[in-house]
Structures are given as structure tokens and as C-alpha cells.
Design a protein around this ligand. Structure first.
Ligand SMILES: [Zn+2]
Length: 79
């Protein structure tokens, strides 16, 4: 699994909406990829902060900006 593939399904992973098999594949990737592991932690924390700020409407913008930042860092790594 590549970092970019993780990215595509990460928000579902954090939400616990993925099938077991996909979760397992992500976890296997995270074991060998500190960058993604750190990102998942950052992503989770951002969601928690967003959730705290506005309990009824966790901000989609926050999710998107975190994802975009990570996508950028992946692209830099690949090139
Ligand atoms: Zn990775």
C-alpha cells in the first residue's frame, strides 16, 4: 500500500468506517511508515480539536486542510 492510497481512505479509517481488511492493510503500512503514522495522529488530534470547538458540526474544512497538507508532503517525497 502506498502513502497516497492511505490518504484516500484515511478519513474513513479514522472514523472507523473501513472494512477489517482495509484497516489491517493501513495498520501494516503504518508500522513501516513513520510519516504516515505521525500524520494519522495529527489527523486524529485535529478532528478532536475541531470536535471540541463545535460539537455539532466538526469542521470539514479542518479535515480537508490537514489532508491537503499531507498530500503535499507525499508528493514532495515521491518526486
Ligand atoms: Zn506512508
Amino acid at each position: 500500500m502506498k502513502c497516497k492510497e492511505i490518504l484516500d481512505i484515511l478519513s474513513d479509517y479514522v472514523d472507523g468506517e473501513l472494512a477489517d481488511e482495509q484497516c489491517h492493510r493501513i495498520q501494516e503500512h503504518l508500522k513501516g511508515c513513520p510519516g504516515c503514522l505521525e500524520f494519522v495522529e495529527t489527523f486524529r488530534r485535529s478532528l478532536e480539536i475541531a470536535h471540541d470547538l463545535d460539537e455539532k458540526h466538526p469542521s470539514e474544512d479542518v479535515c480537508l486542510s490537514v489532508l491537503q497538507a499531507f498530500r503535499k508532503s507525499c508528493e514532495q517525497k515521491d518526486s
